[in-house]
Structures are given as C-alpha cells and as structure tokens.
Design a protein around this ligand. Structure first.
Ligand code: UD1
Ligand code: CA
Length: 458
C-alpha cells in the first residue's frame, strides 16, 4: 500500500503578465478557477493533507476550496518558488517522514493520470526527489533539464546558455520530495540568478550534488503541461479544456456539430442523443436532458432543461427550468426563476422572468411575462404584457387554466384571471376577471365620415 503524502500547491505568484486586479489563479476557465482545477486534480490523488500557499486576496482564494479539506498558508512577499515552499515549513515539519507532492498553481490542465506514475516511480525508487518532465518541440518558457554524468539540475530559461536553451526536455513544475530532504536543502537555495528569486528548481542541483537519489518521470501527456503565465496562454488552455469537455460529451452520446464554436462549461451535464448545433454556449451548473435539440446561438446559464426539448436559434436562458418536450425560441429570453412546464411552447421575442408557465400553454410572439403564474393550456396572444412594476414594488399575475388572452393585452398586476376566461384583444385589464367570462377593456372605435384630415382645406 502506498504511504500517505502531503500535497502543496504554489499559488502566491502575482501573475504580473496577466495585468489584472484579480490574482492569476482565480481567473475562470469554463466555469472553474485555475486553482480549483488544480485542486480537483490533486483531490483525486487522495493526499492526506492539502496546503495552498497564497499571497494577496486570501479571502477570495479560500472560497475556491471546499471547507475543511484544504489549509491556506501565507507567503507575504513573492520571492520565488523555493521561498513559497519555505512559507509551508511549519506545515511540512509535521510530516517529516512523509513525502510531499508540490505542484505549481498555474497548471490547470494537469491530470491525475499524468501524476499517478510520478508518485509511483518516487515510491518504487525511494528517491529523495522525483519530478515530472517532458520532451517538447517548443520548450521556450520552461526550465530545461541538464544531465551531466549522474548529476542533474534544472536551468531556468533566462539563466540558460544558448546551448542549454536548445535542450528540449523541460521541467513541468511538479515534484515529489522526501520532506526531510527538502527541508534540509531549502535554506541552501540562493537568489543569485537573473531574476533575483529563490528557485525551487535549484533544490534539484543541491540534492544531486549531495549524492541523493533523483528520479525523473518523463511523460508523453505534453498537453497537460501548459503553464498559464499570460492571458494568451489562458485562452489556449481554455481551448484545450473545451476540447476535452466536448470529447467527453460526444463519448457519452451527445452530438456536437461544430466543436470549434461550441462552449460548454466543465460542470455541465448533457444526456445522450442530444444534438448541439454550432455556436451554442452552455454555462455554469446547467443540466440538459436527452434527445434535445439546441439550435445555433443558444446561450444557457445555470439552467435545467428536460428531455426532448427543442430550443430554437438565438435564445438566452438564465437560471431557469424547461421541462420535457417543451419548445422555445427563436429569440426567446428567460430571465432567472422561469419554469416552463412540459409541452409548453414559447416563441419569438418572448421574455419571461420569475414566471411559471403551465403545461401545454402557448406564448407565440412578442410578449413579456414577469412575476406571473400561468396554469395549463393557456393561450397568450401576441403582444401581451404583464405590467408587474409600479416604480416601487413588483406584483403578481395569476392566469388560470384554459384562459385565452387576446393580442395586445396589458395585464396590470396584482391581477387574477379566472379559469377559461377570455380577454378581448387590445384590452388593458386592471381588475380581476371571473372564470368563464369575457373581459374587454378598450375604448370604442369612432368613425367620422368625411373627416379624413388629409382632405382638410389648406
Ligand atoms: C516554473 C519553474 C520552471 C518550470 C515552469 C513550469 C521555477 C523557478 N521555475 O517557472 O522550471 O519549467 O514553472 O511551468 O520554479 N509562486 C509562488 N510564490 C512565488 C513565486 C511563484 O507561490 O514567490 C507560484 C506561482 O503562483 C505559480 C508557481 O509558483 O503558480 C510557478 O511560478 P512561476 O513564476 O509561474 O514559474 P515559471 O517561471 O513558470
Ligand atoms: Ca508558470
């Protein structure tokens, strides 16, 4: 059985190249922060303890970790990766006989599949240090691994000679140390380099010179190694995550017509046989059922969509629920707390907010329903508007089963329209309407013969 180990995530760097008020590891990537992605990866390896070294904005960073499982340590000044590890000294002292997995906090594409063989090699060889490397076609930006005889060290790019720069084997930024050896070596790290920082990578040379055993696990999973140092690298890393997410969905039976223009957040769930057309965006904790069709330019945020639902083009759905076999769109907008019951139909230029829209009810065109409860089999005519706001407060509108609302109706809330009532087109309804009655509230048409104003004498 593998013995327990600690994990330490280095996340205190300011991320200067991001030019951002928000610290680097908090930038979102398909619904999760960079740090959360690294944490998720580390969790899967089941370390005994997880420590995260942070600098500024500690409170914001702490929100990224599920309570209790992660401990945060402060590195007041950011003087380099070895200096960051020193900030964890007291924590590491508690596990002197154990190992620690140290991972840079800016490796959001790292996977447990890549790290498990690293941990296994470390245990098998009983090394003092085992670190992750890879052979890259374009190694620029990474520290290079220099072997000479049985000695090994890492040279940072800015300190490397021209010939060292041509080395293609790079340091990935993930290490497993025997804690005891790491703690002994850390004080020996100097900052005499171009950046004037204490490099964790220098520990490699220190241990190597002392004759300690050092192992390297060279991975082929080079796409996991992307270190995010700039916003352009962030964009590229998000692109890779997007590919991975879409691939996983297609493997579970979802059809995605155009992966290049489809954006689906990492936590989104989609059932089999659902078809997604180009330029669809699904964000947050959204869940989409099976056999749905999402047509182009559909944008769904934190919503739940049932099965066999059709969502036609250019529709925006926020924090809402759409039940089975409903059809919505094109050009529909559901704002938060809208519930569309099964088999309902909502069409062009209809906006709803905080509204329950009943089973088999229809609102085909140009309508606003806010703070409204519509029961089943209601027909809402074109141009119907709930007047739910008097400038100070919001009021509710109740529309009972089987009601027919004629086109161009204004429903001034608070209001109740009884079962099977019928409202004549063009009405402004200000009083409750009794069940099964006809309500008309519009001025009478006036006809004055021979009074066409265009024919008036000049
Ligand atoms: C580092 C490695 C480099 C490797 C590369 C892989 C060092 C000296 N170099 O370079 O060999 O190829 O990662 O991506 O380690 N951090 C702190 N406190 C600090 C400085 C950094 O917590 O004082 C954190 C950062 O938040 C970051 C991580 O450490 O998550 C790595 O720091 P970064 O400055 O990005 O190192 P690289 O130059 O990318
Ligand atoms: Ca980096």
């Amino acid at each position: 059985m593998r013995k327990g180990f600690f994990a330490l995530i280095l996340a205190a760097g300011k991320g200067t190249r991001f030019k951002s008020e928000i610290i680097k590891v908090l930038h979102p990537m398909l619904g999760k922060s960079m740090l959360r992605l690294v944490l998720d990866c580390v969790f899967k390896l089941r370390p005994e303890k997880i420590y995260v070294v942070v600098g500024s904005q500690k409170e914001d960073v702490m929100k990224e970790a599920p309570s209790g499982k992660v401990e945060f340590l402060i590195q007041k000044k950011q003087l380099g990766t070895a200096h960051a590890v020193r900030a964890a000294k007291n924590a590491l002292d508690k596990g002197k006989e154990k190992d620690v997995l140290i991972i840079n906090g800016d490796l959001p594409l790292m996977t447990p599949e890549t790290l498990r063989p690293l941990l296994a090699l470390h245990q098998k060889e009983g090394n003092s240090l085992t670190f992750l490397s890879a052979e890259l076609e374009n190694p620029s930006g990474f520290g290079r691994i220099v072997h000479s005889g049985d000695k090994i060290r890492v040279v940072e790019e800015r300190d490397a000679t021209a010939s060292q720069r041509s080395i293609k084997e790079v340091n990935a930024g993930v290490y497993v140390f025997k804690i005891k050896d790491l703690l002994e070596a850390l004080p020996k790290v100097s900052n005499k380099n171009k950046k004037g920082e204490y490099y964790l990578t220098d520990v490699t040379e220190i241990l190597s010179q002392e004759g300690k055993m050092i192992g390297v696990h060279k991975t082929r999973n080079t796409e996991d190694l992307v270190g995010v140092n700039s916003r352009y690298e962030l964009a590229k890393a998000i692109g890779e995550l997007r590919e991975r997410k879409i691939k996983a969905l297609t493997e579970n039976g979802v059809t995605v017509y155009d992966p290049r223009t489809t954006w689906i957040d990492l936590d989104v769930k989609i059932g089999p046989e659902t078809v997604i057309y180009s330029s669809v965006i699904i964000e947050g904790n959204s869940v989409i059922g099976s056999e749905c069709r999402l047509y182009p330019f559909v944008h769904i945020v934190d919503s739940k969509v049932g099965s066999r639902v059709k969502i036609l083009s250019s529709t925006m759905i926020e924090e809402s629920v759409i039940e089975d076999e409903a059809q919505v769109g094109p050009f529909t907008h559901f704002r938060p707390k809208t519930v569309i019951k099964s088999k309902a139909k909502v069409g062009n230029f209809v906006e709803m907010k905080n509204t329950i829209f009943g089973r088999k009810s229809k609102a085909g065109h140009l309508t606003y329903l806010g703070d409204c409860e519509v029961k089943e089999e209601v027909n809402i005519g074109a141009g119907t508007i709930t007047c739910n706001y008097d400038g100070k407060r919001k009021y509710k509108t109740f529309i009972e089963k089987g009601v027919f609302i004629g086109s161009g109706t204004e429903l001034v809330a608070p209001l109740k329209v009884g079962k099977k009532a019928y409202i004549g087109a063009g009405s402004t309804i200000t009083k409750d309407v009794a069940p099964e009655s006809l309500a008309v509230a519009r001025s009478k048409q006036v006809e004055k013969r021979g009074k066409d104003p265009r024919k008036r004498a000049k």
